[in-house]
Every structure is written in structure tokens, then in C-alpha cells.
Design a protein around this ligand. Structure first.
Ligand SMILES: [Zn+2]
Length: 60
């Protein structure tokens, strides 16, 4: 019996595809729209050097 490949889910927060509005596929991982926004915030703050704060994913 062959199942579909593992159901895609966000590799950062673990949300399943059905729980996200968007799931972006990488080579060996996926990321959802929530995590991309958080990642973008991290990149912004790192690049501007204003605040260096750790933003945890799945902190809901
Ligand atoms: Zn996510």
C-alpha cells in the first residue's frame, strides 16, 4: 500500500498544509506564511542591528 508522500507541513512550526494559507517548499523542508513573516522580522532586525532578539516560532 502506497501512501502519498508525507503530508507536507511547515518544518519550522509544524503546521500542516491544511492549517496554513501558504506552504513554500524548499529542497528538504517547507515553511508557512507565518514563519516567513517571523523570519523576515528576524532578518530585518539583524540587518538593521537595532534589536537582537530571539523570535521563537510556534510561540502561539
Ligand atoms: Zn510555520
Amino acid at each position: 500500500m502506497k501512501k502519498e508522500k508525507n503530508a507536507p507541513q511547515c518544518s519550522f512550526c509544524g503546521r500542516l498544509r491544511d492549517e496554513t494559507q501558504m506552504l513554500i517548499a524548499g529542497i528538504d523542508a517547507h515553511i508557512c506564511e507565518v514563519c516567513t513573516e517571523q523570519a523576515y522580522d528576524i532578518v530585518k532586525s539583524e540587518l538593521t542591528g537595532k534589536k537582537r532578539q530571539v523570535v521563537k516560532t510556534a510561540s502561539i
